[in-house]
Ligand binder design. Structure first.
Ligand code: SF4
Length: 290
C-alpha cells in the first residue's frame, strides 16, 4: 500500500483499510482547513490503485470496511470510481461497506442514478462537512457552497438510502456570528435529517488561512463559554427523526454523545452543567491555535 502525505479519515473509520484514490482536495480553499494545503490535487491512476488493492489482499486476510481518501474522493467520475469499487469487491468479497468523503458540490454533480449505482456497488456511507448552515459564515470561510446547496446535497444522499454523516464546526462564525451559526446550522441539519451529526470545535492550524485573519484581527475567536452557549442553542434547535449526535472529539470542551431525539434532553442538561462550570473561569485568552 502506498500513501502520499498525511492521510485523514473520520474517527468512525478507524478500523477501515484506507485507500487513497485521490490526492488532496479538489477545492482546497476553505480558510479554516489546512489538511491538504501542501498537496496538489490529482486523481491517482487506476493502475496504481489496482496495484495497491492487489498488494493489500496479500497483506490483510480480512477487511470488512474500506475508506476512500483523500479529502473529496467522491469528485472522481462515477465510471472510474465504480471500476475501483468493483476491483475492491472482487479482491475483498468480505468487504461490507465502503466510506468516502464528499463535498456538497461533488454530490450535486452526481446524478441520482450515479448515487444509486454507487450504493449498489457498496458505498454505504458518505461524510459531508456542513461546517455551518449560515450563508454569512459559509461565505466568510470560503466554503464554496450555500446553505441551500448543502441541504440539496444532503437530501440527495438521504433519498438514496446511503448513510450520511455530517459535521458542524463550533465557533466557525467567531464572536459576532455564534447565534446565527447555531440557529442556521440547526435549520440545515433539520432540513437534511441526516443519520449522523458530528460537532468539532474550531482549532486553527498555523498553516490555515484563518490563522492570518486572526493575527490581523479580522476574525475574533469564540470564547469557550460562548462555544458552549452556541452548542446549547444548536442542540435546542435540532429537530431530527433519528440521528447519532457526537461531540466527543479532542477539540470539544465537553464530550457529548447520544441518539436524537431520545437523548436530547440529557445532552442539553450536560451542556447546561458545563456552562455553569465554565461561567466563572477566565479563559478569554484561549486562542484555539494548534
Ligand atoms: S474543509 Fe473539506 S472542502 Fe474545504 S478545503 Fe478542507 S478538505 Fe477541502
Amino acid at each position: 500500500m502506498r500513501y502520499e502525505g498525511t492521510v485523514y479519515r473520520p474517527p468512525s473509520e478507524s478500523d477501515s483499510l484506507i485507500l487513497q484514490v485521490t490526492i488532496g482536495c479538489a477545492y482546497n480553499k476553505c480558510t479554516f482547513c489546512s489538511m491538504y494545503k501542501d498537496k496538489q490535487f490529482r486523481m491517482r491512476s487506476e493502475n496504481e490503485i489496482f496495484e495497491d488493492i492487489e498488494v493489500a489482499r496479500k497483506m490483510y486476510p480480512y477487511v470488512d470496511k474500506f475508506f476512500l481518501a483523500d479529502g473529496n474522493a467522491l469528485v472522481m467520475p462515477t465510471e472510474k470510481l465504480s471500476r475501483i469499487i468493483e476491483k475492491i469487491k472482487t479482491h475483498f468479497p468480505e468487504c461490507k461497506r465502503i466510506g468516502i468523503y464528499g463535498s456538497s458540490s461533488d454530490i450535486l454533480l452526481k446524478s441520482s442514478e450515479d448515487l444509486k449505482y454507487l450504493k449498489h456497488l457498496g458505498v454505504g456511507i458518505i461524510y459531508m462537512g456542513i461546517e455551518s448552515g449560515s450563508d454569512q459564515v459559509l461565505s466568510l470561510v470560503k466554503k464554496g457552497a450555500t446553505a441551500n446547496q448543502i441541504i440539496e446535497a444532503g437530501q440527495k444522499i438521504m433519498s438514496q438510502g446511503i448513510l450520511l454523516s455530517t459535521m458542524i464546526i463550533s465557533g466557525l462564525g467567531g464572536e459576532p456570528l455564534w447565534e446565527e451559526h447555531a440557529l442556521e446550522s440547526a435549520r440545515v441539519i433539520n432540513a437534511i435529517d441526516p443519520d449522523y451529526i458530528g460537532l468539532l470545535t474550531l482549532l486553527v492550524d498555523p498553516h490555515a488561512p484563518l490563522a492570518d485573519e486572526i493575527d490581523q484581527g479580522k476574525f475574533e475567536v469564540l470564547k469557550p463559554i460562548n462555544v458552549l452557549r452556541e452548542t446549547l442553542l444548536l442542540v435546542q434547535n435540532i429537530d431530527v427523526s433519528h440521528a447519532l449526535f457526537r461531540s466527543n472529539h479532542a477539540s470539544n470542551y465537553v464530550a457529548l454523545r447520544g441518539v436524537f431525539p431520545e437523548d436530547q434532553t440529557r445532552v442539553l442538561g450536560q451542556i447546561e452543567r458545563a456552562i455553569e462550570c465554565y461561567r466563572d473561569e477566565d479563559l478569554s485568552d484561549h486562542n484555539r491555535r494548534l
